[in-house]
Design a protein around this ligand. Structure first.
Ligand code: CA
Length: 245
């Protein structure tokens, strides 16, 4: 892991005691901490991209936490987010995960639990940033598909010459589909291999991420040419690898 003093955490939380308590404890652990007391200020600070991770309350003045997350992902900002929410907001938590949050914690939570989650997300994210620099020889180079170029080494993807940014989950889904191109990959396989943990309740989460991935990869999302649905079974990466890849 990188030096913690380089690792900035943005805490978006309106309860003053919790906000300052989190700041204090995270600083004691060696993190740099930025705080925001409402949703708008939180979004503004999140947009500048300084934070390596965001702790996001859901019930916030100014702008609800889910809106902050939605805006952030819409502009392509993929900073990992851990939702911290009150009890009884299970539906919001699920929605948050579908919008691209990385984990969630229910208040009240202990410091040990919080730190474990933060470290796990940072570890996964840093691994995700390196996604593609893996064991498969073909995954270390550039792969060209019609109108799509995937550079695993630089981890950049261009569509019609324009660079697009993928979230970690989207990237891992794409990687898995491309590794198995021409074959059906089931939602269960994607859940197991990409998420690797069980607290995501539905395969709908996979479908939502596939929809977001398609928006970025496909010219016409209604008629996808790269990631196609195999009815009742899952998804298949359909494009042909071009010569010279
Ligand atoms: Ca709140």
């Amino acid at each position: 892991m990188t030096n913690l003093s380089d690792t900035q955490i943005l805490v978006i939380e309106d309860e003053p005691d919790l906000r300052s308590g989190l700041q204090h404890n995270l600083e004691l652990e060696g993190f740099r901490v930025q705080t925001a007391a409402d949703g708008r200020e939180g979004l503004r600070k999140a947009r500048d991209g300084q934070a390596a991770l965001i702790l996001l309350d859901l019930m916030l003045p100014g702008m609800p936490g889910l809106e902050v997350l939605r805006h952030l992902r819409e502009i392509g900002r993929e900073t990992p987010v851990i939702i911290i929410s009150a009890k009884g907001q299970d539906r919001d938590k699920v929605q948050g995960l579908e919008l691209g949050a990385d984990d969630y914690l229910t208040k009240p939570f202990g410091l040990t639990e919080l730190l474990a989650r933060i470290r796990a997300v940072l570890r996964r994210t840093q691994a995700g940033a390196k996604a593609g620099v893996g064991d498969k020889p073909e995954a270390s180079g550039v792969m060209r598909f019609p109108d799509l170029v995937v550079d695993w080494k630089r981890f950049s993807i261009t569509r019609d010459g324009e660079e697009i940014q993928l979230s970690r989950y989207e990237a891992e889904i794409l990687r898995m589909l491309i590794d198995h191109r021409g074959e059906v990959v089931s939602r269960q396989d994607l859940l197991r291999k990409v998420w690797g943990y069980v607290h995501l309740p539905t395969t709908r989460t996979v479908d939502n991420h596939i929809a977001r991935l398609r928006k970025k990869l496909e010219r016409d999302v209604e008629n996808p040419v790269h990631v196609v649905t195999v009815h009742g079974l899952g998804y298949r990466f359909e494009s042909t690898l071009l010569e010279g890849s």
